[in-house]
Write a protein that binds this ligand. Structure first.
Ligand code: IMP
Ligand code: MG
Length: 178
C-alpha cells in the first residue's frame, strides 16, 4: 500500500517492511555483542506500540534472556498531568537485574525518563534503552538511547505497532503524515 487514511488524516509510505527488518537485525547484533556475558538479562517491551518490534527483535537474540511485556499507566485520583507513574505487568523482579527496555519510539523522552526513575526505584542493576524509532530533533533528555534501529525526522508516523488515535498499529510498513 502506498497510502493509507486513518481517521481524518492521510499517510504515505515511508519505511517499507524489508528495510525495517534489516534495521532490526542490525540492532539485535549490537545487543547480542554487548550482553553475551550478562546473567539472564530481562527484556521489557512496552505495550502497546512495541509488540511487532519486540517479536522481530527477540527472534534475533542469541543469549538466554527473560521477556516481560509491560504497560505504563498514570494512576492518580485527581492529578491529571497524565504522566507515567506505574509499570503494569511486571511479573519478574527487577532487583539486581540487567534490564533492556524495548520501545516503539522515543520522541521527547518523557516516557523513558519516567520509566527509568521507576525501574531504578525497583532496584535494577542496569537499564539500557532499545527503540525501533528515534527522533533526535525532538529528544529533550540526557538518558542514553544505546540501541536505535531507525532515526527519523520530527514527523508523525504510524504503522508497525505505532498508532494514530489507536488506528494503524497492524500495518506492516511505516507511514508518515502527508
Ligand atoms: P515521548 O515523547 O518520548 O515520551 O513519547 C511518548 C509517546 O508518544 C510514544 O511512546 C508514542 O506512543 C507516542 N509518539 C511519539 N511520536 C509518535 C509518532 O510519530 N507516531 C505515533 N506515536 C508517537
Ligand atoms: Mg507508545
Amino acid at each position: 500500500m502506498a497510502r493509507v487514511k486513518l481517521h481524518d488524516k492521510e499517510f504515505k509510505l515511508f519505511i517499507p517492511h524489508k528495510e525495517i527488518v534489516t534495521s532490526i537485525k542490525q540492532v539485535a547484533e549490537k545487543i547480542n555483542r554487548d550482553f553475551k556475558e550478562r546473567e539472564r538479562p530481562l527484556f521489557l517491551p512496552v505495550l502497546n506500540g512495541s509488540f511487532m518490534f519486540a517479536a522481530e527483535l527477540l527472534q534475533e537474540i542469541d543469549f538466554l534472556c527473560e521477556i516481560s511485556f509491560v504497560k505504563l499507566a498514570s494512576y492518580s485520583g485527581t492529578d491529571t498531568t497524565g504522566s507515567v507513574n506505574k509499570v503494569l505487568g511486571l511479573d519478574s523482579s527487577i532487583k539486581g537485574r540487567d534490564i533492556i527496555v524495548v520501545e516503539d519510539i522515543v520522541d521527547s523522552g518523557n516516557t523513558i525518563e519516567k520509566l527509568d526513575q521507576l525501574l531504578k526505584e525497583a532496584g535494577a542493576k542496569s537499564i539500557s534503552y532499545c527503540t525501533l524509532l528515534y527522533k533526535p530533533a525532538a529528544y529533550q533528555k540526557e538518558l542514553e538511547i544505546k540501541y536505535v534501529a531507525i532515526e527519523i525526522p520530527n514527523d508523525f508516523i504510524v504503522g508497525y505497532g505505532l498508532d494514530y488515535d489507536e488506528l494503524g498499529r497492524e500495518l506492516k510498513d511505516i507511514y508518515v503524515l502527508d
